[in-house]
Design a protein around this ligand. Structure first.
Ligand code: G6Q
Length: 532
């Protein structure tokens, strides 16, 4: 696959010109009922309403041209087929395939990446057996009692996606099952999680692709020590998810070992064993497969070249329009669903670790903006907090609303003519309109400029299928943008330097640094912070 610089495409000039007179949503017929009806894409159970973006049919046509010129569908197809896309030409790099979609390709016949898909099936079968054994009592604690809680121990990609999905779907937990998560090396995090648990009924799922992450290995040691103190055998309570053949691949130490492959990036690993072991324990095997089915259907739909049909591609291009042409630096993802409370945190990692890059795939400095700052919180809570800036601040923040027509638990009450779920969604739609239209009145303090671009993504209910679909929609939005900007969205060199320096500081604190190796800056930082 040949990638070209973002700046070379003919559509760029067209889009730059169109951005000078971007659609005015506040004008007399800037936002009409007809426009709302027309600017809508339905895809895998979700409707995307984007009439409240500052686009016209002409802009959409130019964005389509950009997608075609940049070969976004060809790049995505190459990714799914296993081309080595995690690379920077001519430089030392990870040099890997990018095959998180193979985890979901188990539904495809034939799969696009046959070998990777076969490995995913093998792990799924192991998971099914494990879950059957837990359910049937073959796996139980020393007293023969069933396990009720799984604590996932992992950080970054081995935490954020799985945690976001667990919180999103715990309404569907099997009776008596729950999960907790420990990520930080902060001992208080471990203490707080363990304090509420009956350890004798708890499984610990230690997740580390590399098997060498300081935080996770430290927490595993702490947990093993705690189990031993309580007279519990760690080999009965601790599982592993890791890279086959890696430092943590020692089945004798674990109740079970599950594997993930190096071609699945941490932040894209929620649908591999990294997410599915804990999700499977809580939700059961069938519900976990529904997550994969939702993701897979999006994977398939994302092959469609028409941006008005392919929702992840459209989201990607609307994001590019807002970021590169209308010059908006950030994007807020605002789910009107408490269950999605950690989904923005997952996206923060998935998007910013993927597209926070300054060199092209050929190792040259980029001459255009790449990934925006991504942030967000659930509504309506955010409305009582930072929405002030979104409505009236000097920084225009494009917003992506996510909502559901029905609640998960079905517990609702009609108060003054509407239920809580209706209030929740009415608020979301009201925000979308308010940001777009603004309010032009004489009082400057109460005036709203409007023209604040946003879109609404809505589905019937946050089910395992919908969660899988939503996850994949965003994964592919990110990948399409990265392809378009000609950057490698699949490495994360930017997190390495801090890790190296932290190791040096720890060596210094532990007295392992030879006197001639002591760096005065590092020594001074420790001294002034009074650490050590
Ligand atoms: C994600 C990153 C990073 C990674 C963590 C945990 O894409 O690579 O967040 O997931 O550093 O790594 P391990 O799973 O190897 O412990």
């Amino acid at each position: 696959m040949q990638f070209q610089d973002f700046s070379v495409h003919a559509a760029i000039e067209k889009l730059t010109a169109l951005a000078r007179t971007a659609h005015d949503l506040t004008a007399a017929s800037g936002l009409t009922a007809q426009r709302i009806g027309e600017m809508k894409t339905s895809f895998c159970g979700f409707d995307l309403l984007y009439a409240t973006q500052r686009v016209t049919p002409e802009v959409l046509d130019a964005l389509q041209e950009l997608a075609d010129e940049a070969g976004l569908i060809a790049a995505y197809t190459a990714m799914r087929q296993g081309e080595v896309l995690n690379r920077i030409e001519g430089y030392a790099c990870e040099n890997r395939q990018v095959l998180h979609t193979a985890c979901r390709d188990v539904f495809a016949d034939p799969p696009l990446a046959a070998e990777a898909s076969a490995k995913a099936r093998r792990e799924l079968e192991k998971l099914r057996t494990f879950l059957d054994e837990v359910a049937g009592g073959a796996i139980a604690n020393a007293e023969g009692k069933p396990f009720t809680t799984m604590v996932q121990v992992g950080i970054g990609g081995s935490d954020l996606g799985p945690r976001a999905l667990y919180l999103a779907l715990k309404a569907y937990a099997l009776p008596g099952r729950s999960a907790r998560f420990i990520a930080n090396v902060d001992p208080d995090d471990v203490a707080e999680v363990l304090s509420g648990l009956d350890l004798s009924r708890t499984l610990f799922n230690v997740v580390s692709k590399s098997g060498s992450t300081l935080e996770t290995l430290t927490n595993e040691r702490l947990i093993r020590a705690r189990l031993a103190q309580k007279g519990l055998d760690p080999a009965r309570h601790v599982l592993a998810v890791t890279g086959e053949g890696g430092p943590m691949d020692d089945p004798s130490k674990y109740l079970r070992s599950f594997y993930m492959e190096d071609y699945i990036g941490g932040r894209y690993s929620a649908t591999s064993m990294v997410g599915l072991v804990t999700l499977g324990f809580v939700l059961g095997f069938e519900a976990s497969m529904e997550i994969l089915r939702g993701a897979h259907e999006v994977d398939q739909g994302a092959m469609e070249p028409d941006i008005r049909v392919n929702l992840p591609l459209l989201l990607a291009l609307l994001g590019i329009w807002n970021h590169n042409f209308l010059a908006h630096a950030t994007v807020a993802v605002l789910p009107y669903s408490q269950a999605l409370s950690r989904f923005p945190a997952h996206l923060q990692q998935c998007d910013m670790e993927s597209n926070g890059k300054s060199v092209t795939r050929q190792g040259k400095a980029v001459g255009w903006q790449t990934g925006p700052v991504v942030w967000g919180e659930p509504g309506t809570n955010g409305q009582h907090a930072f929405y002030q800036l979104i409505h009236q601040g000097t920084e225009v923040v494009p917003a992506e609303f996510i909502g559901f027509r029905q609640s998960q638990y079905g517990l609702d009450l009609n108060v003054e003519g509407t239920g809580s779920q209706q209030k929740l969604i009415a608020n979301m739609l009201a925000q979308s309109l308010a940001l777009a239209l603004g309010r032009q009145i004489d009082n400057p303090a109460r005036r709203f400029s409007g023209n604040r671009p946003n879109s609404v993504l809505i589905a019937d209910r946050l089910t395992p299928y919908a969660m899988g679909a939503l996850l994949a929609i965003y994964e592919h939005r990110i990948a399409f943008q990265g392809f378009c900007w000609n950057i490698n969205s699949f490495d994360q060199e930017g997190v390495q330097l801090g890790k190296i320096l932290a190791t040096r500081l720890l060596d210094l604190i532990a007295g392992r640094t030879a006197p001639e190796e002591v760096n005065p800056l590092e020594e001074s930082m420790l001294k002034q912070a009074r650490i050590g």
